[in-house]
Ligand binder design. Structure first.
Ligand code: ADP
Ligand code: MG
Length: 701
């Protein structure tokens, strides 16, 4: 079957017609034969296997069992009754449950006769139960034995209402295979198929739609997932390579006096191995003639700032300027102070530029920047303004990536003829392979080690009913001279309520911790920036012992003396947010604590999140759990990256396949950069075709 037939509009498939073609297009985006062929089932109903009750898993979806009902009873419940049957086989017992249609069931069910039942099991009160099972007497079932796995296609209400049921789609796909004789062009090279022991395209497509058994299905899925991820990676990697070739970068090959002087005389501590490694990676980039675009991932407190400073010194040693952009004024301020302190005796000049810096103070900054007197500029979005012109910007560092969009990154690029090297720093741990896919155009460095002597934050979960005890504990800590954060959730949808909770909470804290013995700060998003800064300052300087706040303090703020983090309604926070918040404490020498406060009632996901926080402090481990709980859809940055437009692969579950796909795509481009060898023509052809249909393939960040 050649590609042209597959481009036939779906309206021409037997049994479809113009009306249903329209619905297919609007509901599922199906326009051509090919689109229908690539509509992969979202799950399968496995009727090839009969489970024993003892084999049931808590995660089992739809299963089929053989056994008999030995007992039926009616159980009263809040509203109405339910009919419960005891169902047994030779391995155990379970329950079948009906909430409706009791009379019919009672009249038709035969007790003590073997049945085949089919449905989805729940785990309830220590036994499995299956609500409203499909049932068939075993002797009937054997007459019409079906042994295939049934595919279930993605559907919508509208499709169902218009009679385009799963069965109908199934039939159309069968028709498609008849029309095309099930013969399609291969889309991977023979070489790759052999190396990876993949099934052919034909076999894969057949078995994805009509699997004979689990094994055939698994092979088909592997092949199609690999192919999908392979072409995504091929695109990302070629894009990166071509950018490297096209876009020249400043060459910072000179390691000069300022860097060396700082390293020898002003480094306040020994660098960790991870910091050294990352600096090496960066130095390699900077000396490579290409523009650096690097993402630096490191857990909160892992010491990214010093890496930023040393990178800036490299720029300055080579005759360039550097800037560092932070998402908030507070953070920009802290960076400015931290960096100024580090560079105090080095002769390097550094200024701060934020929205609240007065016009009169800006002018000299603008001038010094243009005439080259100023080496480093630290600030907020204000750095992006057109008025801000550099004599020669060689390096731009962005702290906390997700707050800035791609567009803003691009703006920095244009602050110089040759774009500056870019280093993006983030404390949001993203599993590495996922990061590679999300930020395909960035190289990645990871600081995976905390500075020595850091004590682990002791994390506990406490119920609201224990609040008095928690307050007593806070008082003890404050008596030792420590400071405390109390953080409230603030979620857009429930903003008004959340502010009320925050203010109520603040009042009760003030009542419990009265003046003059205690001073309480409050910071939230509705305050004026200047008031926020003032309150923040009071806390930073130690004037106040407690800081009641919303998540505005989540990112980057550094108060080493604050050693207790209380998180209210912790069940409402996502894992990565909880982890970020916890990172605000444990920065000093004292033992620090994170107390997760919740009500009694918790969803199972919430329990998992709390348990994870209590049991580990490893940001990457937490990120993995988070990803499993939420899927990548909620992960910052994924929406815009388009990586979710995958048809069959799952970026989280198929991580291994992703790694393999990436490896083979790199290998291929290394051996045959233009895909010219006869062996690889099929890949080039497929790739070109895919690029043509790029609307669906907008993986580029
Ligand atoms: P983050 O990665 O969260 O931005 P910072 O750069 O703010 O972390 O560093 C956190 C704290 O750890 C700072 O007080 C910093 O001075 C300290 N620090 C960083 N690197 C080291 C190191 N190698 N040894 C000891 N302390 C370090
Ligand atoms: Mg930081």
């Amino acid at each position: 079957m050649n590609g042209n037939t597959l481009q036939t509009p779906i309206v021409y498939l037997k049994g479809v017609g113009p009306h249903r073609a329209e619905i297919l297009q609007s509901e599922l985006g199906i326009q051509t034969f090919q689109d229908l062929l690539n509509l992969f089932p979202s799950r399968y109903i496995d009727k090839t296997h009969y489970y024993k009750i003892s084999e049931l898993q808590r995660s089992n979806a739809d299963v089929q069992l053989i056994g008999k009902i030995v007992h039926l009873k009616t159980v009263a419940q809040k509203r109405g009754q339910r009919l419960v049957a005891k169902f047994i086989d030779d391995s155990g017992e379970m329950e079948l449950v009906w909430f409706r249609g009791h009379k019919w069931i009672r009249e038709h069910i035969k007790v003590n006769e073997p049945y085949v039942i089919f449905g989805r099991c729940n785990w309830f009160n220590g036994t499995f139960s299956m609500p409203h099972p499909e049932m068939e007497l075993l002797k009937e079932h054997e007459k019409g034995l079906k042994i295939s796995m049934q595919p279930v296609y993605p559907s919508t209400e509208k499709l169902n209402n218009k009679g385009i049921t799963n069965r109908v789609i199934n039939k159309w796909i069968q028709q498609l295979f008849l029309d095309t004789k099930g013969s399609f062009s291969e889309t991977l090279s023979n070489d790759m198929i052999h190396k990876l022991k993949l099934v052919s395209k034909n076999e894969a497509l057949f078995n994805i739609h009509f699997p004979k058994n689990q094994e055939a299905l698994a092979k088909a899925q592997f092949r199609l997932k690999f192919e999908e991820l392979f072409y995504v990676q091929l695109q990302l990697i070629s894009k990166k390579i071509s950018r490297r070739q096209k876009i020249k970068g400043h060459n910072f090959n000179h390691v000069g006096e300022r860097f060396n002087n700082f390293y020898k005389n002003h480094l306040p501590f020994e660098l960790t191995e991870a910091q050294k490694r990352v600096i090496k990676e960066i130095r390699w980039d900077l000396g490579s003639n290409a523009q650096m675009n690097r993402l630096l991932q490191g857990d909160v407190g892992s010491g990214k700032t010093i890496v930023a400073v040393m990178t800036m010194l490299l720029a300055i040693d080579n005759g360039y300027q550097a800037c560092l952009m932070a998402p908030t004024e507070i953070l920009a301020n802290q960076h400015y102070q931290g960096i100024s302190a580090l560079l105090e005796h080095t002769g390097v000049t550094c200024s701060l530029l934020t929205g609240s810096i007065k016009k009169s103070a800006r002018k000299p900054i603008h001038e010094q920047l243009e005439n080259g007197e100023l080496d480093i500029l630290v600030g907020t979005h204000a750095l992006l303004e057109d008025k801000v012109k550099y004599q020669n910007l060689g390096l731009a560092i962005i702290d906390e990536q997700h707050r800035f969009g791609v567009a803003q990154r691009a703006k920095l690029w244009h602050k110089n003829n040759i774009p500056p090297h870019i280093l993006v720093m983030t404390a949001t741990p993203i599993p590495r392979t996922l990061a590679m896919s999300l930020y395909g155009d960035l190289d990645i460095s990871v600081i995976d080690e905390l500075p020595p002597g850091r004590k682990r934050v002791r994390t506990v979960h406490r119920f609201d009913s224990n609040r008095l005890k928690v307050f007593r504990f806070l008082k003890e800590e404050i008596k030792k001279g420590r400071q405390v954060y109390i953080v409230y959730p603030l979620i857009q949808e429930s903003e008004a309520m959340d502010y009320k909770d925050l203010m109520d909470g603040y009042e009760s804290v003030v009542r419990e911790f009265p003046m003059p013995d205690y001073q309480v700060s409050i910071v939230h998003g509705k305050m004026k920036p200047s008031d926020k800064d003032y309150e923040m300052e009071r806390f930073v300087s130690g004037e106040t012992q407690l800081m009641v706040a919303t998540t505005v303090i989540e990112v980057g703020v550094n108060v080493p003396n604050a050693s207790v983090m209380v998180i209210e309604s912790a069940e409402r926070f996502g894992l990565s947010q909880l982890h970020q918040l916890r990172g605000r404490v444990g920065r000093g020498a004292d033992q620090s604590y994170c107390i997760l406060m919740t009500g009694q009632k918790l969803s199972s996901d919430a329990k998992t999140r709390l348990e994870t926080m209590v049991s580990t402090s490893d940001g990457f481990e937490i990120a993995e759990v988070d990803l499993k709980l939420r899927g990548p859809g909620d992960l910052m940055g994924t929406q815009q990256s388009g990586i979710l437009n995958l048809r069959i692969a799952d970026i989280v579950k198929d991580n291994d396949i992703l790694k393999a796909a990436r490896f083979h795509a790199m290998e291929l481009l290394r051996e045959d950069p233009n895909l010219e060898s006869p062996e690889n023509l099929v890949i080039r052809h497929t790739y070109t075709q895919l690029m043509k249909h790029k609307a669906q393939w907008n993986y580029i960040s």
